[in-house]
Design a protein. Sequence first.
Lengths: 357, 275
Amino acid sequence: MHARTALIKLLFLPLLFALSLSAWGQEELYFSRNARTFETVHSSLVMKGMAHSCLATTDIPDGILCNPAFVPLLKKPGVGLELMMSNGYESLEKVRSLLNKEITQEVVDRVFTEGSTIQIEGNADIYLKTKYVNALFSPGTIKAFSVVRNEADPDVEIFAVQEAGTTLQTGYEVYRNLFLGLQARFVDRKFIRRRFKLTELATPQGKTLLKPLKQRAYYFEPSASYVLDHPWKPRVSVMIVNLGSVSEEYEELLLPIETQGAIGISPPLVWGNLDITVDYRSLSYEETVAERFHLGMKYNYGVMHVFGGFDAHGASAGVQYGLEDVQAGIMYSTTRFSTMDDEFYTQTVYVQIGWKI
Amino acid sequence: MYRQFSVLLLAMLFVVGCSKDKSAAKNDEILKAYRLIDDQRTDEAIELLESSLRKNPNQYDQKVVLASAYAHKAGIKVQKLVKAVQLSKNLKDLKKKLPDQSSRSLAALFMRLSKALSTFNAIPSVSVEQSEYLRHAIEILKSLEDQIRPHDAVYRAVLNIVLFKHIFEQNLFGKGDDDDLASNARCRVDLDLVQSTVKVLGQIMIEVFVDTAYANPKNAKGLDERIKKTEEFVISVSSLSESLTLSNDLSNGYLKSVALESGFGKIIKCMPELH
């Protein structure tokens, strides 16, 4: 009883701390943005729904694990294909035109004058999961966020990224309940990240404003996890990310090496399985310390997964079904509870469909 | 256990309810002003910025946003300018495509005139009341003097072009006040109006040339020549106006018919009937 209470306090206190100190430290043009799309974070629907609190999660139904140390615990191997899209998909073509340097007057007009905000994410993933090795191939991911303020003299902020990449994971139980893992990530990306006035496009300096920057990155990310012997399976995980090299460093996209941590529990239930996790990790690499805490929950009953998450960026909840070969999921996220603003908050719906064998 | 859980949950809700509003960005004056302008609450945006500038007059960004707020009151929205920019680029492309010899042909001239008129028509029109706000916006940008950034000089040039069109349409181009201008002997071409308007328009054009050259140094080549040509045009119109002041009724009738047929009915003013 006392152990259970202590564990619950352990999970909730970091979240309380995060919420009490959350603050927007920067002068952004947007008052609210999508709570679950981050330009340098590649994640499946379930991971997003859990507010990216997945380092202490031993099973991700729609993709490979967040933490490679748990690879040996995988119960059911498989191969799958997942396609995910958020609302705002009508802007997909506009964003692709920008990133592929097809910058015509028409594209600029459509992106920066028709409507003030664009938010979109689209992913295609192919994955393989076994007890020894996990692999993920993402042939194409697009994420974009653009906001225009002041229609009389437009001020624009845009972050658009197109990526392709491969991730390989392996793990090993080196000692009873102690797992070590290694993740290798190869990423090819091009991106635009700017804040500018629209009139700058008419100056010589403005000619390079919308020029996409290219980067190739290789990361080798170790992790470790320890699972306690207890019916609730309390566990602690740690992982070092962004350890590797990039072809070119840009000030617009600095990804520092970071040590991430997580704790999780799986209270035993009569029906189904429940995971509750709290992660400490950066998603935009611009958060304060308090904003790096994320609370996630995943309940699994048969072929159904229900998940939810809460952090300083917002709240999210979703459901995912795996019926024989077909998987489908939907997730809703909102920033309303984090911004406490009745006028400016963002609501996003993600839809995912996949095939699994 | 349940009680402790409830207390923790209540504490969490309390903290969420009282958490620092993620509005440090919104509290920033410029972002606040943007928000007000986009919400069509421009008067509040102007009040906010003028109050800030009273406390600290040397804030560059606040001045530029204040100018844009006045421009917004004048009805300036970027969506309205997009078509004009597109057409002006088409006009430039046409000029490049036509080789020198054909550019002198009648067909080529008509094409360029047609494109030029389309571009002119695409520039948004403003009312007399709106033009006052527009002038105020331009004056605020002029107060930045040498500190002005290149893209803000572009913005000032854009506002000047809109003002140019307004003055041109208000004073020169368009149907006159009276239906019977041609035959009414009390109606004469107002040469003073023509002279003063051409001077003002010439001054605005020079300011536009200077701003575009400042924003894009490639355009600086030939800037002196463009300014000189504009000044020469203004001087020649002034001289012509002075000489035409001495014209007789026959010449005045001829001038009136030329003005009416060219669409410049507004330069004809009628003297009031004496009772």
